[in-house]
Design a protein around this ligand. Structure first.
Ligand code: NAD
Ligand code: IPM
Ligand code: MN
Length: 365
């Protein structure tokens, strides 16, 4: 029987607004597929700080270990600030506790109109199709941080085992294609010792375990530039460090194409279990107004169905439904878009259009 147990952590600001809408899509999938998803809701982020004085409790961390997937909204907001523990630290602790080390941030969304509407010229971004794999448990994000009145330090460390396991995910993904995809490893080996170790070990792993896959090195700063001028050059797989991956995925996160706001970026992280969340944050500037675009959260749901529950057909169908909603009328779409995409729709209207389209495609199966 398909389905399983979910822990839903909506988080702060627009997190709960878009998670609610995404779960309505899950209701529809349940109705048509017979799959059943048990859902437990809990707190992480600012809401947890307010109630428990901590960004995530031990009880919630334990719950994460006992479900099939964690469905996350977003955490953070100006009212909590940055002093530790801040809301975001709850998310970081979940990633580390679960050893969710390979964070997949795709850039390949098949909506013609969105490609045309990108701030980057259509001819440059048409056909962009890559998976950015961000290392998610190491680098500058973790380790022995020092925070004093006049001194701050984030050791940027990588150990062999941490590099090997994440570059292997990239190699395995490349091998799922015939011929295998090219893999780019983005680093700053010209400056950082951790990058030089990363680069050397990545090549050792590929030489030994993935001899058919071409592994190419790319400095992360020039990759950021090439994402804008020649993004299709990176079609395939990109594997990179935690910090570089955070920044590069906000630049490329939208599956539509680089240049859009990250409101179309789905996000999935694999380790022992999956954690699914949008690339964008809690958008405190628009929360409570019914304006948030639910697409990235719904696309994260699609990734959850695909990677944690093996429901590929349903995942493809949701992505198709979203493309139909976003596409312009001349492309045969519904042209329903929220403000971030230049439209007039609110969260509810956008969500209802997606739900309607999902139902239509499910009925047509
Ligand atoms: P953000 O992604 O929240 O917002 C950036 C801009 O994009 C804002 O103008 C916002 O209104 C807009 N935007 C984002 N998501 C949108 C959506 N779904 N629909 C329409 N517009 C949307 O980034 P930020 O402002 O840098 O960060 C805000 C807070 O979110 C911070 O506290 C940050 O730490 C947190 N954050 C959390 C996560 C997470 O929990 N996964 C990820 C990123 C940022
Ligand atoms: C992301 C976010 C997080 C990160 C923050 C909220 C901790 O920006 O998921 O991209 O930096 O990893
Ligand atoms: Mn980010």
């Amino acid at each position: 029987p398909k389905g399983g147990k979910l822990l839903v952590l909506p988080g702060d600001h627009i997190g709960p607004e878009v998670v609610t809408e995404a779960l309505k899509v899950l209701d529809i999938i349940e109705e048509y597929s017979g799959a059943k998803f048990e859902r437990d809701f809990d707190l992480c982020g600012g809401s947890s700080l307010d109630k428990h004085k901590d960004s995530v409790t031990e009880e919630v961390l334990k719950k994460c270990e006992n479900v099939d997937a964690v469905f996350f909204g977003s955490a953070g907001g100006p009212e909590w600030g940055t002093s530790q523990p801040n809301p975001e630290s709850g998310l970081l602790r979940i990633r580390h506790r679960m050893q969710i080390f390979a964070n997949m941030r795709p850039c390949n969304f098949a909506s013609k109109s969105m490609v045309r509407r990108s701030p980057i010229k259509e001819g440059i971004i048409r056909g962009v199709d890559f998976m950015l794999i961000r290392e998610n448990c190491g680098g500058a994000y973790y380790g022995n941080k020092i925070e004093e009145e006049d001194y701050g330090c984030d050791p940027w460390e990588y150990r062999r085992s941490e590099i090997e396991r994440v570059v292997r995910v990239a190699g395995a993904l490349a091998m799922q294609h015939d011929p295998p995809l090219t893999v780019w490893s983005a680093d700053k080996a010209n400056v950082l010792a951790s990058s030089r170790v990363w680069r050397r070990i990545a090549h050792e792993v590929f030489d030994k375990e993935f001899p058919e896959v071409t592994l190419r090195d790319q400095l992360a700063d020039s990759l950021a530039m090439l994402f804008i001028t020649k993004p299709t050059a990176f079609n395939g797989v990109i594997v990179t460090d935690n910090t570089f991956g955070d920044i590069l995925s906000d630049e490329s996160g939208p599956p539509a194409a680089p240049g859009h706001k990250p409101t179309l970026g789905a996000n999935s992280a694999g380790g022992v279990i999956g954690l699914y969340e949008p690339v964008h944050g809690s958008a405190p500037d628009i929360s409570g107004k019914g304006l948030a675009n639910p697409v990235a959260q719904v696309l994260s749901l699609a990734m959850m169905l695909r990677y944690s529950f093996n429901m590929h057909e349903e995942a493809d169908l949701i992505e198709k439904a979203i493309a139909n909603v976003l596409d312009s009328k001349e492309d045969g779409g519904l042209e329903v878009r929220t403000g971030d995409l230049g439209g007039k729709a609110g969260t509810r209207e956008m969500s209802e259009a997606i739900q309607g389209e999902v139902k239509k495609l499910l009925q047509a199966r």
